[in-house]
Design a protein around this ligand. Sequence first.
Ligand code: UD1
Length: 421
Amino acid sequence: MDKLLITGGIPLNGELRVSGAKNAALPILAGTLLSETLVSVGNVPHLLDITTTMELLGRMGIGLTVDEKLNIEVDTRSIGSYLAPYDLVKTMRASILVLGPLVARFGQAEVSLPGGCAIGGRPVNLHLQGLAQMGAEIDVRNGYIHARAKRLKGCRLVLDLVTVTGTENLMMAATLAEGTTVIENAAREPEVVDLANFLNMMGARIHGAGTDVLEIEGVPSLSADGRLYRVMPDRIEAGTYLVAAAITGGRLKLKDVRPEILDAVLQKLREAGARISVTDDTVELDMGGQRPHAVSIRTAPYPAFPTDMQAQFMALNAVADGVGVITETIFENRFMHVQEMQRMGADITVESHTAIIRGKPALTGAPVMATDLRASASLVLAGLVAEGQTMVDRIYHIDRGYECIEEKLSQLGAEIRRVPQ
Ligand code: UD1
């Protein structure tokens, strides 16, 4: 297992291009299952989760071709299996996203239940309830979801809580249902909008994406006719590098980014003392060599502060001037990074879903272990500002979601390298 070795204390300085969004690319690749003709997806980040999704589609018999621009062309005509097996689903929960498209188009699916993960229980009951309400027969046995339907029927769905992949799964299923489906309390995340735009390019009739009520008029079939869809930029990757610059007192210009979907994060960075300027597709942050001020955060569904940026701001607060309070409202167990940061000297107290962080002038480098994707990113950030060396172990978590993290950080002047094991 590779590790990352970081020598802290260097202010980051430079420019970066933001990659395509993992959390948009995954549902869009699953959504290609709905196309009767060839479809291409571009600006796909080079990540472990994308490789897993391609393997999942490949095992179903789907043709996948990657061209010289790294666009992925998908041909669903050769599909021969409707199975998402345990060995793939256990490494990537987002595999559940094939369930809706498979049932809607092929009338059958067998998808392993994802089970728990480091950040909590993460059930998929709302995905299943919604499909059942649309007329699918759902049977869970031997660890697998077995779903069948002749043709799904449009209906009114009211989601008990805001779920991102749940909304995406049901939205995809509804595109081919008979009649109109209304999804209330839908997720408003920009990645849901990106998926809706992709499906509409193939002839779907989805209205209201980006609001909490989606209306989907079912159509008999979807077809991309060989067209290319480019995935939106990754707002979490963008936010992570902005925090990396802020935490080290540095400067950063991000290109190919959408500042308007980063509002909650940019506001907290301004509160932390960063000077920020934006254009349509760039963000510039300048910390002027200053130590950040502590900020308080409460995670919640979009457009509020994203849970996927919580751990990174914990690292920032650990070295900030003052006391920050972070409340996690989305996942039950998303403070796994706290114990590792404490090993680097951070002063953090956790009470239930709230962490109180008393900022210190410096952290000290230590061997630490990554536990989930965003937690690992936060440990890298802590390492960038710690005195001495930090070795981050189990970085396969980082490779699931950050494209070439050590190359991008090196480009900004950080001292970081991958140590193969
Ligand atoms: C997605 C993102 C993930 C992000 C999360 C919250 C992808 C691939 N992943 O995950 O990066 O951290 O949104 O923004 O897009 N829940 C239920 N029943 C369900 C579904 C969800 O109880 O059927 C609960 C979950 O346990 C959690 C909350 O709802 O507490 C939100 O989870 P959800 O939005 O579904 O997260 P994901 O879609 O898995």
